[in-house]
Design a protein around this ligand. Structure first.
Ligand SMILES: *[C@@H]1O[C@H](CO)[C@@H](O)[C@H](O)[C@H]1NC(C)=O
Ligand SMILES: *[C@@H]1O[C@H](CO)[C@@H](O)[C@H](O)[C@H]1NC(C)=O
Length: 369
């Protein structure tokens, strides 16, 4: 047998056939792996979590939060390999002090809280950076956030989501589900880590018309994608969002997402967002709820006692980008390992007209994944 095989292999034509065969098997393998990673496995919500959702709906029954905002709220699949979970807003703020141009602001409250954060607007406005008091490049423990519980789908006592509702003309209500992670671990590009930063705000937006979900927006860094409600994967009636490993960009499907498709400045096939069906997080169970008015840029808490001042903070939720010669900083073809933290929820275009984040070009609402 082996001799026959040897003889078959030793003719030139057969050798060519063998190479072609191996190539075909290899390509089929790649197609299969890609299919396997992108398949969607149906799951159901654990009983304990459903009970909490029912309790939540009851809690909000006498408020200005319509029940459909909870009924159709997205559920988030964290990536299996993600080490950095949704994080408590108050904890994040308490671990930081304000800086301007890498210099501590002396004229600022001693302890930052969700109630006094907006007082920093007077000492530097949008130039202020909440700066980690512990050395960030050593990745202190608080960056990890809080893993959702497998039974409740809740991030313990961590409040890691802001839900803000913007009423618009023609029976439209845009519900913004804004997710907060203390740490954004950037992707690696050719072995170099790029885009680490503190204070990671990402969001989904569900557009309702007369209480019916129409479309879902998935934020992906400064970009994103829109789909019809009908097109997206769901658990029951709730759309699902796949949060990318480390970067927490939101995708409508699992698998590998080339960052080149978001931003031409990133070369193709070099840096990716990875998503998968890891832990499920129900952000509605760990959230603060508000009504948003674009006419006066006002957030009104749905429940008395909910902190609100932090939403008016104009500064940035993480350290300012370190200079090239700073400890830990790396510059890889002008992509930096450590970049600046971004501004907060108020800057997510809650008054947008289209489902998409306003950018040049038209808003395409895809009808298929
Ligand atoms: C509902 O409200 C009660 C009383 O304020 C609170 O203890 C409970 O945690 C709330 N339930 C949920 C799921 O938020
Ligand atoms: C920031 O600080 C550096 C050095 O301390 C200084 O050279 C620079 O002019 C400052 N920039 C601003 C905008 O104040």
């Amino acid at each position: 047998m082996s001799r026959l095989f040897y003889r078959w292999c030793s003719s030139d034509r057969s050798r060519a056939q063998l190479v072609i065969l191996i190539l075909i098997v290899f390509i089929l393998g790649l197609v299969f792996v890609s299919f396997w990673n992108e398949r969607y496995i149906l799951v159901s919500i654990p009983k304990h979590s459903s009970k909490l959702s029912a309790e939540l709906a009851k809690n909000f029954s006498n408020t200005d939060i319509p029940e459909y905002v909870l009924t159709y709220a997205p559920l988030v699949f964290l990536d299996k390999g993600d080490l950095f979970y949704p994080s408590d807003l108050a904890t994040h703020v308490s671990k930081a002090h304000p800086e301007l141009n890498h210099t501590i602001i002396k004229d600022a409250p001693k302890h930052l809280t969700l109630d006094n954060l907006n007082s920093l607007n007077g000492v530097g406005g949008d130039k202020v950076h909440l700066t980690s008091t512990e050395n960030l490049i050593k990745l202190p423990n608080y960056l990890k956030g809080e893993a959702p519980n497998k039974k409740t789908l809740q991030t313990g006592n961590a409040i890691s989501c802001v839900i803000a509702l913007a009423n618009k003309a023609d029976g439209i209500l845009d519900a913004f589900y804004m997710y907060f992670y203390t740490f954004n671990e950037g992707p690696t590009a050719l072995g170099h880590r790029v885009g680490n930063h503190l204070g990671d705000w990402e969001h989904n937006m569900v557009r309702f018309k007369n209480g019916e979900p129409q479309a879902v927006w998935y934020s992906q860094h400064e970009y994103g994608q829109a789909f019809t409600y009908k097109a997206v994967h769901k658990i029951g009636r709730r759309p699902v969002s796949f949060s990318a490993r480390g970067s927490h960009a939101n995708y409508a499907s699992s698998g590998s997402h080339d960052l080149h498709e978001l931003n031409d400045a990133v070369p193709a096939h070099i840096a990716f967002d990875q998503t998968s069906q890891g832990l499920i997080w129900d952000p509605t169970l760990s959230a603060y709820y508000y009504l948003y008015s674009s006419t006066d840029n006002n957030f009104t808490p749905a429940i008395e006692g909910t902190p609100v001042n932090y939403l008016y903070f104009e500064g940035n939720w993480g350290d300012e980008e370190y200079p090239d010669d700073a400890e830990g900083q790396e510059n890889f073809h002008n992509f930096h390992k450590w970049t600046s933290g971004p501004q907060g929820p108020m800057f997510k275009h809650l008054d947008r007209k289209d489902v998409c984040w306003p950018r040049e070009g038209e808003c395409i609402i895809k009808t298929a994944l």
